[in-house]
Design a binder for this molecule. Sequence first.
Ligand code: FPP
Length: 287
Amino acid sequence: MKELLHALTPGDADWRIANQLDPLRLPAHVAIIMDGNGRWAKQRNYPRIIGHRAGVNVVGDIVETCAQLGLEALTLYAFSVENWKRPRLEVEGLWRLLRFYLRKELPKMMRHGIQLMAIGRIESLPESVQAELQDVIGKTANNRGMRLNLAINYSGRTELVDAVNSMLENARDEGNLSALEITEEAISEHLYTAGQKDPDLLIRTSGEMRVSNFLLWQIAYSELYVTETLWPDFSRRDLLEAICEYQSRDRRFGGLTRSPSPAPAVEAQELLLLDDEGLELPLAQLG
Ligand code: FPP
């Protein structure tokens, strides 16, 4: 957080929003569905790939801001398993952009101590892309700052399928298939994101109200933030505003409010129970 404040110009809008944030309640893990590149290009009569290229620049800025904020992890949805359905030229353009991004951003990753990881069925990517990814993953492996997960050829459902198959394979290898017990912890430990915290905040740009097969297991209790802004227009300020909004939410994880409030005195509570027909009966009447 301090790093970000140092990088900002005192008094400007980003600086003011950053100063409103509570540094003790930052999300540890932010995940982003970067949507709207195509629409951004269409609005300008450009080919779709120009929208993706503009999107790559934004990726660089947002990754840097998240590292300066001191987040533990940022996960970006760069290419879904379903995206193979797009025209071949667009898909190939995306691979070229990914390679360009990796080459361009490696120095920044090293400067901020970012550790890159790829999540998804990486083995199905073109070999040249796999090679460059592995190169940057290797070079950043000893960095101890923010973890940057690029979700590439990723789908939440295939991740779950891969996790279950990996559990079965381990059990078979160890000869204890009949004793295999599936627990929530076991599933989490076999996901691509094993060992990482679940996202606290999931941001989606361009206004679509969908999760699009992204981190289906991990976002069970994430706060959702959808903005109309298209990804190529998403700025540092938009990110800070999303985090501000996140900090105003009351996260209950299925329980009651976490904000400290004194427990009500027993006599002040409404002592009502439900009878068999769902009618509310004051305790006194139960004799
Ligand atoms: C969705 O926009 C975006 C994608 C399918 C790809 C996201 C890719 C980038 C931001 C660039 C490459 C990423 C990295 C990490 C280098 P869309 O094309 O679905 O937009 P639309 O819904 O407006 O058509």
